[in-house]
Structures are given as structure tokens and as C-alpha cells.
Ligand binder design. Structure first.
Ligand code: PLP
Length: 419
């Protein structure tokens, strides 16, 4: 409470914005994830890996728009591409000069994607992949994992009251090879698809073991169910996404977030024989509309990001830096004798104040929510924009100086606030 009071005192303009917004938005909010007590800081601008709020504080950004802000703020090449398309008209109502180029870049990069279709969000991409899997297999059930997150209407985490779509879902435990494989076999010809994040993102950055993903691949192949990897968050963890890194190839891959270069984006792709069912010239083609599916802002920003900004070297460097940050925070926790662990992979990680190891969601039930809440406010007060749940996402401009600064601030928090 004392830290929250200091936070409120330091942010009168964010509070005023919050109060104004609450007149027309419920609780001043239109994205549940961006709300925390007593009220969220609101931003006016961003540059590189820094954001500036309504009260003039500048933060190092480790939220990175929950991983979608991979390129950092105001990247020059992406900004130039956006200005160029804005000046040429943005609602042309026909195929435009960027969508095929972005599609080719996506197909070129991600080995399990032979064909792709665009949509407007990661949520929509998953709804499309699940719907396509059910139509193709003529089966109904979908196997998903507890604590998985596949979008605003496909959320299986604890807490809140999710508004889920009425697909017939069956649930298994993440990283439980025997349990999941047994369920797939038991479901047999009733099971249309398995949907899985190759690392639980919203569920706490718990990486899947390769063996778990391989077991899902083998079991679905056996029963004829289709395997969907939701790589909306994880495609940034390797130049070829996590399916490429692990060499496990699903039937469908869904994408979103940074691949639109900062504009709204979703995509579902995969095996050519499956995605080609959407070819409008083929008999009985699946119909897939969407006014903004090929919107030129996302297509141009996305193409520029993938081909000019996220080089193989940039991808390797940021993921290696993330591994170093995770290690440095774990060293800090150990040295200060604080019970906690940072898990994840590469540029995405999550701090949990529980005893490790954490290889499944179960140990996270033991966390005391007041500790992570204190960490959140204290890191904001120290000039680091972090998520209330402890997730950290690095953007490409986050460098070694920011890594050193953040590690020192984290160490200071542990020694000043938790001892
Ligand atoms: N799938 C995963 C794994 C996600 O993390 C998210 C968003 O956080 C989504 C799907 C939904 O994407 P969007 O917010 O673009 O609808």
C-alpha cells in the first residue's frame, strides 16, 4: 500500500487520464491485461526501448506490448514504410503491393508454413485454424492445455471469468507427455485437433520440452487429428520460430504480434494441402473474409520488419541477451537468498516468486501474489516498465547497458524490499 501511494503521488496526470477514460470505458480500460491497481501509467510516446508517460517519466520498456513490440518503438525502416503507404492510400479494396511480399517472407522463414493466410489478430488466427481443422477432419473436439492462452475468447488460465467460444474443448496438463498422449488416443476419431503453445506465454513462460512436442506430433499422426502450434508469442524465440528450433513440424502454425511490424496482425499457415482449401478458385473452397486481412499498414510494416530489421544476427543476439538477463536475475535471487526463479527462453521470460524448478504450471499455485505486485510497483518507480505478472519481453533495441541497469535495479529491489 505504501508503494502504491508513492506511485499514485508520482503519477497525477496518468490518474487524471484514467478518471477521464472511466466515463466511457469500463474502469477506463479496453484491454484487461493493461489494468493494475491503483491505476495504470499511460504513455504519450516511445523511442527505441524507452517509453514516456503523461507525467514525464521515461522507462526502459520490458513489457514490449506483451511481446508484440519486438522491433522497439519508432523503428526507422518501419516508420518509413508506413509513411510511404499512407501517402499512397490505405483502403484500396484490392490485393495490394505488400501482401504477397509479406506472405513470401513468412513462408521463406518458417519451415512448417508452406502457405499462409492473414487476419487481424492472434485470436482470430487460432479461431480460423481450429475451425479449419474441424471442417477438414469432419471431427469436433479440440484438445488444449490448462493454463494455455490462445486469445481473448480462448483463454484457459486461472483467474478472471473468461468468455470462451463454445468449441468442445478437452484439457490436458502441459508438459505431461503420458497424460496428453493417452488423451489423444482415447479421443481417437472424435478429436479434430490439438492446439499448443511451444512455450506457455501468458501461463508463465514455461517452455515445452522437445519430447512433449514430439509426443503430440506422434500421437496426432496416429489418430489423424491435426496439430496446431500457436506461435503467436513464440515465433520471436528463434529465427525459424520454435517449431524450426525444435525440428517438430505441426500441420498448422498461427502467428501474430510483432509479425505485423506493430500494426494489427494475425496469420494462420501450414501444410499446403490444408491451407489450399482456402483457394477461392477451387471447388468447395472454405470462405474466409475479413475487411482488414490484407490491410496495407500491417502488410508493409510486417514485410519491412521481417526482411530489413529482424535479421538472423539480430534474432540470435536478442535471444542470447535474454538468456543472459534470465541468468543474471537468477544469480541475484540466489545471492540475496530470495525464493524465486526466472524461467523462459531467449527474449521472453517470467519472474516467479516460488521455489524452482518450474517445469509445469503446478508450482506457480504456491506464489504469494503480493510479492510480485510489490516488485511491479517498485520496478516502475525505479524506471523499468514491467508487467504485473512478472513477464518480461525484450525488444531489439534493448542492449547491454539496459541489461546491466535492469539487473542492478532488480538486485536493489531484492535487497531493499524483500529482506
Ligand atoms: N496466442 C498467444 C499464445 C498469445 O500470447 C496471444 C496474445 O497474447 C494470442 C494468441 C492472441 O493474440 P491477439 O491478442 O493478437 O488476439
Amino acid at each position: 500500500d505504501e508503494a502504491r501511494q508513492r506511485f499514485a503521488d508520482a503519477n497525477p496526470n496518468s490518474l487524471a487520464r484514467q478518471n477521464e477514460a472511466a466515463a466511457s470505458l469500463p474502469g477506463g480500460n479496453t484491454r484487461a491485461v493493461l489494468w493494475y491497481p491503483p491505476f495504470p501509467v499511460s504513455f504519450v510516446s516511445g523511442e527505441g526501448c524507452r517509453v514516456t508517460d503523461f507525467d514525464g517519466h521515461t522507462y526502459v520498456d520490458l513489457v514490449s506490448e506483451y511481446s508484440a513490440g519486438f522491433y522497439g518503438h519508432s523503428d526507422k525502416a518501419i516508420s518509413a514504410a508506413l509513411v510511404d503507404v499512407i501517402q499512397g492510400g490505405i483502403l484500396l479494396g484490392a490485393p495490394n503491393r505488400y501482401e504477397a511480399r509479406l506472405a513470401a517472407a513468412v513462408v521463406d522463414r518458417f519451415p512448417a508454413i508452406e502457405r499462409v493466410r492473414f487476419c487481424n489478430s492472434g485470436t482470430e488466427a487460432n479461431v480460423m485454424a481450429i475451425s479449419a481443422a474441424r471442417a477438414i477432419t469432419q471431427r469436433s473436439n479440440i484438445l488444449a492445455f490448462r493454463e494455455g492462452y490462445h486469445g481473448g475468447v480462448l483463454t484457459f488460465a486461472h483467474g478472471g471469468s473468461p468468455l470462451n467460444l463454445p468449441f468442445p474443448f478437452i484439457f490436458a496438463d502441459y508438459n505431461d507427455i503420458a497424460g496428453a498422449a493417452a488423451l489423444v488416443r482415447e479421443q481417437g476419431s472424435d478429436l479434430a485437433a490439438v492446439i499448443v503453445e511451444p512455450m506457455l506465454g501468458g501461463g508463465g513462460c514455461i517452455p515445452a520440452t522437445r519430447e512433449f512436442l514430439e509426443a503430440l506430433r506422434a500421437a496426432t499422426k496416429e489418430t489423424g487429428a491435426l496439430l496446431i502450434f500457436d506461435e503467436v508469442m513464440t515465433s520471436r524465440l528463434d529465427y525459424r520460430a520454435l517449431h524450426g528450433a525444435h525440428g517438430v513440424f505441426p500441420d498448422f502454425v498461427t502467428l501474430g504480434k510483432y509479425i505485423g511490424g506493430g500494426a494489427s496482425f494475425g496469420a494462420f499457415g501450414g501444410r499446403a494441402d490444408l491451407i489450399d482449401r482456402f483457394d477461392p478458385a477451387s471447388p468447395g473452397a472454405f470462405s474466409h473474409g475479413g475487411t482488414f486481412n490484407n490491410n496495407i499498414l500491417s502488410m508493409a510494416a510486417g514485410y519491412t520488419g521481417l526482411t530489413q530489421v529482424l535479421t538472423q544476427e539480430a534474432s540470435r543476439a536478442i535471444n542470447a541477451r535474454g538468456d543472459r538477463l534470465r541468468e543474471a536475475m537468477n544469480v541475484s535471487l540466489e545471492r540475496q537468498g530470495v525464493e524465486g526463479i526466472v524461467i523462459g527462453r531467449g527474449s521472453l521470460m517470467n519472474l516467479h516468486f516460488v521455489k524452482g524448478p518450474v517445469e509445469t504450471p503446478a508450482p506457480l499455485d504456491n506464489a504469494d501474489p503480493s510479492v510480485i505486485a510489490l516488485w511491479h510497483v517498485e520496478m516502475l518507480l525505479r524506471g523499468y516498465y514491467v508487467t504485473p505478472r512478472g513477464m518480461l519481453a525484450l525488444s531489439l533495441p534493448f542492449g547491454d547497458a539496459e541489461l546491466a541497469g535492469f539487473t542492478a535495479a532488480f538486485d536493489d529491489f531484492l535487497s531493499s524490499n524483500l529482506k
